[in-house]
Design a protein around this ligand. Sequence first.
Ligand code: FEO
Length: 393
Amino acid sequence: MTDNQVAQGILYIGADDKDLDLFEGQYAIPEGISYNSYVILDEKIAIMDTIDARKTNEWLDNLQTALNGRQPDYLVVSHMEPDHSANIRRIMEMYPDVTVVCTALAQKLIVRFFGETPASNQMLAVTDGDTLSLGEHTLQFFTAPMVHWPEVMMTYEQKEQILFSADAFGKFGALSYDDPEGWACEARRYYFNIVGKYGAQVQAVLKKLSGLSISKICPLHGPILDDNLGYYLQTYNTWSSYEPEDAGIFIAYCSLHGNTEEAALKLASILKSDSDVKVATADLRRDDLHEAVEDAFRYDRVVLAAPTYDGGVMPVMEDFIAHLRAKNYQNRHVGIIENGSWAPVAGKVMREAMESLKNITIVEPIVTVESTVKPATVEALKELATALLNISH
Ligand code: FEO
């Protein structure tokens, strides 16, 4: 097998992007990202998605090398987000006989993105269970609406039992980056921030795929997954059902002058000294917001600590809660620490915001820091720590 060979007749032709600072204009990717694309060489040839415009030249070089002078017959479009679709029109112009295979909604989006496409190219709309024979390889299509856009579909190649999974099972990080944290850490940040809102739709797709025998998963970002696939499928099942992945307590805090931070870190140290529970913290003012969202989903208990500000809560906490709401946050126990010098209301604001989400249980007592941490505050933090540790799972 060559380096880029995924299976017999199936080649990887994607590219790493290590210079982009923000993916989708918002997610920090210090270790880059890969835009994956594949070619299936058979009696007929299928290109499995294009890639982001930033890496067009590298991708076209890889494509030409893989084609080795042959002409592609099909371009399979899994997803119309520009990190995968940017070169659709270019392929249609380069290969007037290429048939574009995608869902009916993707066809509409192709026109929205590219205007009228060359008349010479045919469009083949497919839906659940449809198959397309390339010769020895047969593609079978499964719609995957909202994983992560409505037009998405996955493709199962029957001979090699490979699932081309679109964004699902993808992660941040270039392929050339050997992630010491393995797949889960950056796959989790990717999942909850990009797909997190659509757990029910992910569950529906997992159910749809459950009868397939899968030997490899080829996502549109990150490494090809080819061993222990049950682990990845089970992890996606946990994430998409909004169940916590780990027992532990995540403390997300912000602070104006250090007093709320002191209380939050004091709670962390009480928890650690009283138990061997996993405790993670994030300073919402400085740490990566999207990692904080990821950790809020990862653990079964969360504590929010913030001062009162302008008759509400410090804006960075408001923003964090808005992110949780947007991602359908639910099914967790939440502790609250507030601070206020003359009219503390942050606790009430945070409580109401969190109680408006599904199946959120507020853990009593809500701790009020009156300006600074004093012995009475520490006693209240100890009570909160005990209550958090008494929650059984
Ligand atoms: Fe990788 Fe939803 O695009």
